[in-house]
Design a protein around this ligand. Sequence first.
Ligand code: THU
Length: 133
Amino acid sequence: MTEKELMQAAQNARFYSYCPYSDFRVGAALLTRSGKLYTGCNVENAGYSATNCAERTAIFKAVSEGEREFEAIAIVGGRTGETSPFTAPCGVCRQVIAEFCPADFKILLGTPEKFRAFTLNELLPYSFTSENL
Ligand code: THU
């Protein structure tokens, strides 16, 4: 799967976003080392803090099916009917990514037409992980 195809999968995953409060649709596409694809969308809640971001939906889906080794994640967001040029993962999602992925894990941000690759270390330097315990 190419990086562009992964970004397109993230874009498609926005279709299922449940976002009645923000109207901001986020999709994530997570590629495992074994080549499997797990997608996720944000799932909001009337108690706002119970909201789950798209990235965590995808990661929790994968981990709950036995996957622990990941190649890359693509993230696409924007209000309904639009695609934002750049949607970065929130701090909680960066921390969850750090639980399972190495410092050089690839995170693709932007749109399927124009995106940029970051490493986890670039987005979450000096992180707190199991190695600090
Ligand atoms: N959101 C995500 O799903 N992922 C992000 O990386 C940023 C924010 C969601 C949470 C909420 O449903 C909406 O976007 C607005 O914050």
